[in-house]
Ligand binder design. Structure first.
Ligand SMILES: Nc1ncnc2c1ncn2[C@@H]1O[C@H](COP(=O)(O)OP(=O)(O)O)[C@@H](O)[C@H]1O
Ligand SMILES: O=C(CO)[C@@H](O)[C@H](O)[C@H](O)[C@H](O)COP(=O)(O)O
Length: 459
């Protein structure tokens, strides 16, 4: 039996796991499980948190579905997942292995995710200026830690380690008493200089920030350690890579030429292309710009329009419909609703209803919330509304990085990735209408495949 590489994506909505066979381009098996729902927020601070226990349960369910005869021949484990977020744990007691075959979290905080809104614009303005080309937005790890410093300082005293959810899993698998992070994820926390690959420690220390919580940085593709226990049949001693960013991994899974742009629509949405190898980002944040530059591999960068409003806008509409119908005494299933909405919109070729889906605002325009305009008595059918909503999601991310910008950068083809795109023909139709480019959809184009490919290519 040949060796396999296990890739796991801890996404905001679902966990995906794949086994990549030798040659790194064949997906031997894959599975996905819904992850944790957002915890209800009765604090009034627009918190968006997820329970690490529910996330790791989804990981355990996902791996339990993979073929055991392949799991025992895994030669590398790669983790990726939702960026920007932060969870805290206690060194050496962050998880419980009493189930022998897998671990469950212990002594951790909740995961404060990239969708968290507790850091107001005023609060962010009160923070020191970062020495980085990337600004700091609400939901970014360092901003969240500054928030806890100001509003709940004792909370931080209970913990000795912090990282993204994917960094946490790497630490638990390798039995680390600290956290190791790649620049792909460190850049998503803020106060990280990607040119020097260092935290803005002096700036943070001067502001009283608990720098003891900052992870140690290693290059993407680095191995952090080895699994210290058998895990779902994967033998102890299996090398584990430092965790990568889901955005970069979705690109790595399907970008095959510098002339490719990638449109990933998952919970969020990203439109991106690779910058030339000699590109260096500006010295300071371009806060009003809808385009940012995120570290990729080998000191290269991706230009990205990172929208906060992707599949989550569609999910919010489905959840709202479910709530309305429950109030009316009916209990539809979400999956049934998606099928009906997609079906209705496929029968509605076009609509003059206009939907701007930015219910979370955008990082470059946080106050620009969602809108529905041009409503008439004849364009409020489910087909009209869902068609207009899908077009709105695509138009919004396209407005953040117009096709002219792509063409000036030499882009000739658009590759689609992410479950929201893979599962929604209306969304794909709107992509093909919005972009006068060749549009293809990557086979197995998602972050779990991308992290496994990245590890494989760096064997
Ligand atoms: N049954 C479904 N049919 C079509 N789209 C769906 C369905 N279920 C979820 N989605 C869409 O998929 C999105 C989640 O995509 P996913 O790739 O799982 O996200 P992530 O990688 O961020 O966890 C949801 O936001 C929703 O818009
Ligand atoms: O694209 C960027 C980079 O800022 C971020 O938006 C980031 O990739 C994503 O929003 C988060 O990682 C969440 O991703 P996902 O759960 O939607 O796959």
């Amino acid at each position: 039996m040949s060796n396999f590489i296990l890739g796991i994506d801890l996404g905001t909505t679902s966990v995906k796991a794949v086994l990549l066979a030798a040659g790194c381009r064949t997906v031997a098996a894959g599975h996905s499980e819904p992850t944790a729902a957002d915890l209800s927020d009765d604090s009034g601070i627009k918190a968006k948190e997820q329970d690490p226990g529910a996330i790791i349960n989804a990981v355990n369910r996902c791996l339990a579905q993979l073929p055991g005869d392949k799991l025992q021949h895994v030669s590398r484990v790669g983790l990726t997942g939702q960026m920007h977020g932060v969870l805290f744990w206690k060194a050496n007691s962050g998880c419980d292995w009493s189930n022998v075959n897998y671990f469950t979290p212990r002594d951790t905080s909740q995961l404060v995710t990239w969708q968290d809104g507790r850091c107001s614009s005023d609060f962010l303005s009160s923070l020191p200026k970062p020495e980085s080309h990337l600004g700091v937005s609400t939901g970014f790890g360092c901003a969240t830690i500054f928030w806890y410093m100001k509003h709940r300082p004792q909370f931080l005293d209970d913990f000795s380690v912090a990282g993204t959810i994917q960094d946490y899993v790497v630490s638990m698998l390798c039995g680390l008493d600290s956290c190791v992070m790649t620049p792909q994820n460190a850049a998503s926390w803020g106060f990280f200089n990607t040119a020097s690959s260092q935290w803005n420690e002096n700036i943070l220390k001067a502001a009283g920030f608990p720098v003891r919580l900052l992870p140690r940085c290693v290059p993407p593709g680095a191995l952090v350690g080895q699994t210290h226990s058998d895990w779902h049949g994967i033998p102890a001693g299996t090398p584990v890579g430092a965790a990568l960013g889901d955005f970069q991994c979705s690109v790595y899974s399907c970008m095959s030429s510098p002339a490719d742009a990638v449109l990933n629509i998952s919970t969020s949405a990203q439109l991106t292309f690779a910058m030339p190898g000699d590109f260096t980002p500006p010295n300071s944040p371009q806060l009003e710009s809808s385009i940012s530059y995120f570290p990729y591999f080998d000191s290269s960068y991706l230009a990205v329009a990172a929208s906060l409003n992707g599949g989550n806008a569609l999910a919010t509409f489905v959840e709202t419909l479910t709530a309305w119908t429950k109030e009316l005494g009916v209990e539809p299933k979400d999956s049934c609703l998606y099928e009906k909405l997609i079906g209705s919109a496929l029968n509605q070729e076009s609509s003059d209803l206009m939907v701007s889906p930015t219910i979370l605002g955008e990082r470059h325009a946080p106050l620009c919330l969602g809108q529905v305009t041009n409503i008439s008595a004849s364009n409020l059918s489910l087909g009209h509304v869902f068609r207009a909503l899908c077009r709105g999601v695509v138009s919004n991310v396209a407005s953040m990085m117009p096709v002219e910008h792509l063409q000036r950068a030499g882009v000739r083809r658009l590759v689609g990735s992410g479950s929201a795109l893979a599962r929604n023909e209306v969304l794909r139709q709107e992509v093909e209408r919005a972009f006068p480019l060749q549009v293809v959809y990557g086979q197995n184009a998602d972050s779990a495949v991308g992290v496994a490919m990245a590890l494989c290519d760096r064997l």
